[in-house]
Design a protein around this ligand. Structure first.
Ligand code: COA
Length: 332
């Protein structure tokens, strides 16, 4: 019997129409358009304004695009997995809501929290699910309403994040060349205090004090996170490439997490990958946490060719980080 591999067969994305621009921030905090652009690479970010909608809505829209393009019967989907740090509720899981919305009535569904590395963690997990032979079709979606946990008076974090979602369909293939090839995932709890949302969990449940102290918002020690991000993303990508005997010239695209353009440039530089082979869309969306990497795949889908080597690399809160080697499986 042919060996079963896992491959991405479709991508879909959804970003809210309402944009918060760098100019908008000039009237909200002490900053300039120029500072934000030069220090982060971001020009605007999508913001989900509707009061009655949250990240499961964005995730649902991204999954619906895949269902439409693939003309997929949602009842054939075995699992829906949502990577998110901003689920609609602590529970039920966003994935449960998304599976219900899209009519994936035969799927099991759950959320995965690995912050900005959530999509890569999910991709490795889905690959193992498919390769086990027990499952045929899995929807993996990164969906975030980051605006729900941003303090718009804090100039060091508010400018960075945006709302959005993107999904991939992962299916079986017997193509021994083109599939999700390898990955290395890592974490280190030393990062817990550098990037966190302090309250709202079981340690500090919501109270008058936690609200007054603004502890339901993202806290980040930007410079420390920056240094770890560059080192960890580059190291893990280099390790993955070395163990698979890949050199920079073999790589068609580096698909990095979009947290700061300077982090992306420093990572690509350390990996000796030229910038024309690096996917960057941070200028349009900001940091959408677990959605950044699939959002890149969606934006570049038309340019991707069967057989292209992609290195996906992420770093995020926890700390969590990792890299995945994908040999792309289809032409659009
Ligand atoms: N507008 C204007 N000035 C700002 C500003 C803003 N929005 N935010 C911070 N500053 C100021 C700081 O207060 C500081 O002023 P000071 O020197 O008077 O104290 C100065 O700019 C430099 O701050 P610094 O923190 O050194 O800036 P930076 O170049 O490191 O950029 C970040 C800040 C947050 C953009 C950057 O550290 C970063 O991107 N960090 C990692 C983000 C990340 O990867 N997060 C998620 C991981 S998934």
């Amino acid at each position: 019997m042919d060996k079963i591999y896992a491959t991405i067969t479709a991508v879909g994305s959804f970003v809210p129409e309402t944009k918060l621009t760098n100019k908008d921030f000039e009237s909200m905090i002490e900053t300039t358009e120029e500072w934000i652009l030069t220090r982060t690479g971001i020009q605007e970010r999508g913001i989900l304004k509707d009061k009655d909608k949250a990240s499961s809505y964005l995730g649902t829209k991204a999954c619906e695009k895949i269902i439409q393009t693939k003309n997929l019967d949602p009842k054939t989907i075995d699992a829906v997995i949502c990577a998110t740090v901003t689920p609609d509720f602590v529970f039920p899981a966003n994935a449960n809501l998304i599976a219900y919305n899209i009519g994936a009535t035969n799927a099991f569904s759950f959320d995965l929290n690995a912050a900005c590395s959530g999509f890569l963690y999910g991709l490795t997990m889905c690959t193992s699910f498919i390769e086990s032979g027990r499952f045929k079709k899995i929807l993996l979606v990164g969906a975030e309403k980051m605006s729900s946990i941003i303090n718009y008076a804090d100039r060091t974090t508010s400018i960075l994040f945006g709302d959005g979602a993107a999904a991939v369909l992962i299916e079986r293939t017997t193509d021994s060349e083109c599939h999700i090839k390898d990955s290395i995932l890592k974490s280190d709890g030393i990062g817990a205090d550098f990037l966190k949302m302090k309250a709202g969990g079981s340690m500090f449940p919501a109270s008058k004090e936690t609200v007054e102290q603004k502890e339901h918002y993202i806290f980040q020690e930007g410079q420390s996170v920056f240094k770890y991000a560059v080192k960890c993303m580059a190291d893990v990508s280099a390790e993955l490439m070395a163990r698979n005997h890949l050199i920079g010239d073999d790589i068609a695209w580096l698909v990095p997490h979009q947290a700061n353009k300077r982090i992306i440039e420093a990572t690509a530089n350390r990996m000796a990958i030229s910038m024309d082979k690096v996917m960057i869309n941070i200028q349009k969306y900001g940091n959408t946490t677990s959605a950044t990497i699939p959002l890149c795949l969606a934006d570049w889908e038309k340019q991707l060719k069967k057989g292209d080597n992609l290195i996906l690399a992420a770093f995020g809160g926890g700390f969590t980080w990792g890299a995945t080697w994908v040999k792309w499986g289809y032409n659009s």
